[in-house]
Design a binder for this molecule. Structure first.
Ligand SMILES: C[S@@+](CC[C@H](N)C(=O)[O-])C[C@H]1O[C@@H](n2cnc3c(N)ncnc32)[C@H](O)[C@@H]1O
Length: 262
């Protein structure tokens, strides 16, 4: 069934593909902005302002900032309601973060579209030098996977990749009832802050290694890694473990010990 949401002078047919679930609770938007620590001096970027629920709350703390919105009708809405903002009408995944962060690292905020949560997170990881922190509302289940500890069912590639490069903080849960239209899942607000000193000199190689180590979760590290790496320098007891048993520090150490097979 076609769902329509209307606010002030604008009505849109909700696009599921764009993850359009709009926040209706001012206490929550304010709580997100307070958690982000936004001040008037910050270089803020909001992902997906929609009808401006979070935008309005950010403005109370920082009057001028940048927003990126892909939906043309919503971009028109933001342009007419908040002409003072720097609106990028386009796709966050194609937004040049380095250019936006030219003078100062960004503080990123957003109630992000569920449909592209993972690509957004990986874009942020890749461009972690461009931002100071990202305070994001996402699906609760994804937030749990990001902050998961070793040897739990949620612990996997996402947790290791994110925790390797960022400090991640689960802030609070947000029930589905405060959105229009109501999604089928709950949300949570998570903050990620890039780490200054990551003990790696090949971040891309590390990311590939983590993917291979988890390739088949039930298999040992030996079985997952042996086709791709020379494992001579790795202790036997380590190779008998599964990837899920290793902490992020253990992953760093193991990555230093093995050599890719060419
Ligand atoms: C979950 S809604 C949040 C809207 C608003 N911030 C709120 O909290 O009510 C996600 C917003 O992101 C926009 N969006 C979806 N994909 C996008 C993309 N790739 N780049 C920028 N904005 C996008 C949607 O059109 C929508 O406005």
């Amino acid at each position: 069934m076609r769902k329509v949401v209307e606010y002030k002078h604008t009505e849109i047919a909700v696009k599921k593909k764009l993850g359009q679930n709009f926040l209706t609770d001012r206490n929550i938007t304010r709580k997100i902005v307070i958690a982000s620590g936004a001040t008037p001096q910050d270089n803020i970027l909001e992902i997906g302002p929609g009808f401006g629920a979070l935008t309005r709350a950010i403005m109370e703390f920082c009057p001028l900032f940048t927003v990126v919105e892909k939906d043309h009708k919503l971009a028109d809405f933001i342009r007419s309601e908040y002409p003072q903002l720097n609106l990028i009408e386009g796709d966050f995944l194609e937004t040049d973060l380095a250019a936006l962060a030219h003078d100062k690292p960004l503080k990123i905020l957003g109630n992000i579209p569920y449909s592209i949560t993972t690509p957004i997170l990986f874009k942020l990881l890749e461009h972690r030098h461009t931002f100071f922190s990202a305070t994001l509302m996402m699906q609760h289940e994804v937030a749990m996977r990001i902050v998961a500890h070793p040897s739990t069912k949620d612990y996997g590639i996402l947790a290791v990749q994110m925790q390797a490069f960022c400090d991640v903080n689960y802030l609070f849960k947000v029930g589905r009832k405060v959105f229009r239209p109501q999604p089928g899942v709950d949300s949570a607000v998570l903050q990620m802050t890039p780490k200054n000193n990551v003990p790696l000199n090949d971040a891309d190689g590390f990311r590939r290694f983590v993917r291979i180590a988890f390739h088949q979760r039930r298999k040992t590290l030996l079985n997952n890694l042996k086709e791709s790496y020379n494992l001579e320098s790795v202790a036997n007891h380590t190779l008998k473990l599964r990837a899920e048993a290793l902490s992020v520090e253990d992953f760093f150490q193991l990555f230093r010990e093995l050599k890719p097979l060419t």
